[in-house]
Ligand binder design. Structure first.
Ligand code: PMP
Length: 455
């Protein structure tokens, strides 16, 4: 598979038959892409043998990198023992049971139940049904509306995309009419000259205005990522979450934390909710729960909701063929064991992340850097042509696309969102590996500055 001939024919087949997610089909059919064939530790290799440092942990999921042999073995062993059985009709399986307990052990104390899905999108669909069912059962059936945020990402199914605030997605599929959006706490983009904490309070209080506009008796829940990931690693001002929490506590609405990216160590603690002192009623997880090795997601159901659902009232009419899939749960169980036994989250938070964030700060004065923001093991570097006016380098994110392409060609996998360069390296990186990442990023920033003539 490593010969140029194989790659050429594979690429041709790929372009002929394979429709890729979030891809311009026409463009891909014409130009094709890169085929990955191997991975080791924090490095990925394409079929032509190019080695790249994966600064994105796959798609924010391989927090432990690519060489976790014990996860692979756990899946292999489970596939031999019981490759599949469902969890419908009063059936269960050992890895699902044990993973449920392991998740209860690592999540905040009010979480004692889990509902498994295959993905973050399905978990967010599940959240809507859980919230609706909860309010139906407590005799408040008018509470059906959900409030979310512009530029949020909650997944790609119709319900999850409706919860999300990505305008391009809303343009292509009609969303649910019971989801409403308020502004995001993106100070660099929308705060202008305002003090960041004043901005944080003001944007949080849009939630009060929206609840009042819709009527508290009609609103079921507010959903948000502790740190918006796909939207651009948007670190909220410190004032933001305490104010949101205060509002949710005062009003009779459920708080849903979408931890699909933040969960399992990304922000420095097990969950972003802990980093920001959020006390959610429902918590979405996916991705890093299996280190990305198997598809698995789910919802942690807090006691407030679980107590009502467990008190009687009939069947919860919802489930997926692969909810609690034994092999996926075996991967999750082994991933959690590694996270617990090796203190990787704590080591990353106390040693690697501070080094990563400090090294990124070296670029604050770079002529094309408008802002460096980060938390734990993820970060964004916002590109501008003029620091004071925050003017962009080129229309339609052209500056960041150029920078990303240079970084990719130079062996660093990073992502571009809008005008920002996005990074979420594996938690298992050491300081030297972070230095390699930073040096490659710096070279890409320099090349971009010189390409656009910014000194
Ligand atoms: N929520 C968040 C915060 C996400 O970042 C994502 C995926 N990037 C999802 C939900 C959807 O997860 P999935 O792609 O597994 O459906």
């Amino acid at each position: 598979m490593n010969t140029a001939v194989d790659t050429a024919s594979l690429r041709k087949l790929d372009q002929s038959h394979h429709l890729h997610p979030f891809t311009d089909f026409h463009d891909y059919a014409e130009h094709g892409g890169r085929i990955f064939s191997k991975a080791e530790h924090i490095y990925i290799y394409d079929s032509e043998g190019h080695k790249m440092l994966d600064g994105m942990s796959g798609l924010w999921c391989c927090n432990l990198g690519y060489s976790q042999q014990s996860i692979i073995e756990a899946v292999y062993h489970q596939m031999q023992e019981l490759p599949y059985y469902n969890n419908f009709f009063n059936c269960s399986n050992q890895p699902a049971v044990e993973l449920a307990k392991a998740l209860v052990d690592v999540t905040p104390a009010n979480f004692n139940h889990v509902f498994f899905t295959n993905s973050g999108s399905e978990a967010n669909d599940t959240n809507i049904k859980l919230a609706h069912r909860y309010f139906d059962l407590i005799g408040k059936p008018s509470k059906k509306l959900i409030i979310s945020r512009k530029n949020a990402y909650h997944g790609s199914t119709v319900a999850a995309a409706s919860l999300g605030g990505m305008s391009a997605m809303h343009k292509q599929a009609r969303g649910l009419d019971y989801v409403h959006h308020i502004n995001q706490p993106h100070w660099f983009e929308e705060g202008a000259e305002e003090d960041p904490n004043a901005f944080g309070i003001r944007v949080a209080q849009e939630l009060i205005a929206k609840i009042d506009e819709l009527g508290e008796d009609n609103v079921a829940a507010f959903i948000a990522e502790p740190v918006q990931g796909a939207g651009g690693v948007i670190i909220p001002p410190d004032s933001y979450w305490p104010e949101v929490q205060r509002i949710c506590d005062e009003r009779d609405i459920l708080l849903i934390a979408d931890e699909v990216i933040c969960g399992f160590g990304r922000t420095g603690k097990w969950f972003g909710s802990e980093t920001y002192g959020i006390k959610p009623d429902l918590m979405t997880f996916a991705k890093a729960v299996t280190n990305g090795y198997m598809p698995l997601g789910g919802v942690m159901v807090g006691d407030r909701v679980a107590d009502v659902l467990l008190a009687g009232g009939g069947e919860f009419a919802h489930g997926l063929t692969y909810s609690g899939h034994p092999a996926a749960c075996a991967a999750g169980l082994e991933t959690l064991r590694i996270l617990k036994d090796t203190n990787i989250i704590e080591t990353a938070a106390s040693d690697v992340a501070p080094h990563f964030q400090a090294r990124l700060q070296e670029y604050v004065d770079h002529p094309i850097v408008g802002q460096v923001r980060g938390k734990g093991m993820f970060a964004a570097v916002e590109l501008v042509s003029d620091k004071s006016s925050r003017e962009r380098l080129a229309p339609e994110s052209g500056g960041a696309v150029y920078c990303r392409n240079v970084a990719n060609e130079n062996g660093l996998m990073v992502r571009q969102t809008g005008d920002a360069m996005i990074m979420a390296p594996p938690l298992v990186c050491n300081r030297e590996e972070i230095d390699i990442l930073i040096d490659k990023l710096g070279a890409a920033l320099d090349a971009t500055a010189s390409h656009f003539g910014i000194a």
